[in-house]
Structure formats: structure tokens, C-alpha cells
Design a protein around this ligand. Structure first.
Ligand code: CP
Ligand code: NVA
Length: 311
């Protein structure tokens, strides 16, 4: 008898648009259904009673760690959290063997890893779903929360322009993948040597993403619906000093927000560095929805978990 393969959440580019749409709808439904409940109370249906999520961290995390933990608790399940340094993985046990062992012990695994290749290897060898909680390549869970936030604020995902300003990093890759699924137009404004690779861009365009590269950040923000940035120095990036020097002209300031539509929103996945990628006046100003994004990590995480486990 053939076993059904597990449903992994590794990259938005792998998942059909209709399923991503259903995940966003489920996140909204669950958020509404538990309004007024204490944070530690389970959802009424508690679909994951008896199930356990393992979380593995090879890099630091605040939002991903706490939102996945609370997500699993609210779904009625349990969690185990480990840093790679606490595991035999940290002293040479293979990713393949780790996948096989954990698949015997838990029901679903979330991993934040340095190497995207390791996460793909984990998924290839696991018999339970693997969720990508950020790699050097992408950050798919984050973008689901960001899209939920934009819809809550009245944006139409298939009819809006998003402008990414700054470093063409892992978070921007997932915005590019989502452009092919949800239909928005993505503008990217980065210094030449900080843009996404031609291979990543052309694969997304082949998949249907509408993307424009506009070097000047003011031009890129003109009449846009959403301005997004992220840290100029991601975890694992070398030469912070050079990056800050090169990227500073792409700082999101009031000048960029003034070029955008009057009702434009500002997104940042956090953690933020005021005075580097964004001015304090923008991130702490009225157009910023960064803390809604952080809260919505919880709600979208729950919808991703129920999608993975067909709950
Ligand atoms: N945005 C995000 O993934 O935050 P953490 O690194 O704190 O998990
Ligand atoms: N680009 C950042 C995102 C952190 C959530 C990093 O990889 O460090």
C-alpha cells in the first residue's frame, strides 16, 4: 500500500495558489473564531489534541519560535523546541538520520536553518510534514502573515503594487514567489549587487510573477500600495559595515512614504534596526503595520499547521 507523502511547507513556489488562498482564509477564520479567548486557551475545536510539533533552530528567533509554540498550543497540541547545538545534528549526525528519527517521534517539524538545502534534505527523508521557518533562501511563513495583514487593512492582493526596498534577501524571495500566486505587482529597488539572482527572477516570471526592477527608491515607491524593507544585515551575512554603507541610500524614510499612495502601508518582518533600513518616523508612524504582521504570524502558523496535517 502506497503511503500518502507528507505535505511540506518549504517554499510558496511549490504550493498551488488555491491552497495558499485557503490557508489565508483559514487563518482569518481561526483568528475571528477565538476572539476574546485568553491567549493560552485552546481553540474550541482543538484539532491537534495528541499531536506534537518539534521545532529546530539553527539561528536566533523571537517571532517564529513563540508564534509556532502558541499556535500549536491553541490547536490543542504540544511542542518540543531544540537548538541545533543541543542536538546530535550539531555534532555531525546526518540530516537524513535526524529526519528518520524525528519522524518516528513527532507529528510535524518546523526548522529554521542556515542552509535551504538542509531543509530540503530533511523533507526528502521525513515521513512527517516539514515547515520552513526561514533559511538563507526564503521565509515563506512570514509572507503568509504579511498578506493576511494587508487583506485585513483592505488591500486586494490581486490588484496592488508592493515595493521592496533595500537588500534582495530571503524575505524578498518569498514576496516574489507569492507574486506569482496572488497576482500583485512587485517592484524591487536594490543596489545592483544586492538584487535577486537572474535565475530566481526568471523562474518567478515564468511562474507568472509580475516584477519590475527600479533602481531609484523614490521612483520605485511612487504611487505604490505597500512599502517593504528588511534588515540590511541578515543572520549569517558577512561584512556588516560594507552592507550598511552600500544600502544606506535605500533606507525607507518619510520621503519614500510620501512618494507612495496616501494610504500606503509599511511592512517589516522584524527585527528592525531604526536608523538603518528604516527611519523611526516610518516604522513607528501611522502607516506602519509591523506589529499586526508579528501577531498574524500566530494565525497563519495555525493555518499552515492544519494544512500540513489535513486537519
Ligand atoms: N520575522 C521573524 O521571522 O522573526 P524572528 O527571527 O524573531 O523569528
Ligand atoms: N532577513 C532576515 C530576516 C529575519 C527574520 C534574516 O535572515 O536575518
Amino acid at each position: 500500500m502506497a503511503l500518502t507523502p507528507p505535505k511540506h511547507f518549504l517554499s510558496l513556489s511549490d504550493i498551488p495558489a488555491s491552497e495558499l488562498r485557503a490557508i489565508l482564509d483559514e487563518a482569518r477564520r481561526r483568528k475571528k473564531a477565538r476572539a476574546g479567548l485568553a491567549k493560552g486557551m485552546p481553540d474550541i475545536d482543538a484539532p491537534f489534541l495528541g499531536e506534537c510539533l518539534a521545532m529546530i533552530f539553527e539561528k536566533n528567533s523571537t517571532r517564529t519560535r513563540f508564534s509556532f509554540d502558541m499556535a500549536m498550543r491553541q490547536l490543542g497540541g504540544q511542542t518540543i523546541v531544540a537548538g541545533v547545538g543541543d542536538m546530535q545534528l550539531g555534532r555531525g549526525e546526518t540530516v537524513e538520520d535526524t529526519a528518520k528519527v524525528l519522524s518516528r517521534l513527532v507529528d510535524v517539524i518546523m526548522i529554521r536553518a542556515k542552509s535551504h538545502y538542509d531543509v530540503v534534505t530533511l523533507a526528502r527523508n521525513a515521513t512527517v510534514p516539514i515547515i520552513n521557518g526561514l533559511t538563507n533562501y526564503n521565509h515563506p511563513c512570514q509572507i503568509m502573515a504579511d498578506l493576511q495583514t494587508l487583506e485585513e487593512r483592505g488591500k486586494n492582493l490581486s490588484d496592488m503594487t508592493l515595493t521592496w526596498v533595500g537588500d534582495g534577501n530571503n524575505v524578498s524571495v518569498s514576496f516574489l514567489h507569492a507574486a506569482a500566486k496572488f497576482g500583485y505587482h512587485l517592484r524591487m529597488s536594490t543596489p545592483t549587487s544586492y538584487g535577486l539572482s537572474g535565475q530566481v527572477l526568471s523562474a518567478a516570471e515564468m511562474a507568472g510573477a509580475k516584477v519590475s526592477l527600479i533602481a531609484d527608491p523614490v521612483d520605485a515607491c511612487r504611487d505604490t500600495d505597500v512599502v517593504i524593507t528588511d534588515t540590511f544585515v541578515s543572520m549569517g551575512d558577512a561584512d556588516a559595515g560594507r552592507r550598511l554603507r552600500d544600502l544606506m541610500p535605500w533606507q525607507v524614510t518619510d520621503r519614500l512614504m510620501e512618494a507612495a499612495k496616501p494610504d500606503a502601508l509599511f511592512l517589516h518582518c522584524l527585527p528592525a534596526h531604526r536608523g538603518e533600513e528604516v527611519s523611526a518616523s516610518v516604522i513607528d508612524g501611522p502607516q506602519s503595520v509591523v506589529f499586526d504582521e508579528a501577531e498574524n504570524r500566530l494565525h497563519t502558523q495555525k493555518a499552515i499547521l492544519t494544512w500540513c496535517l489535513d486537519a
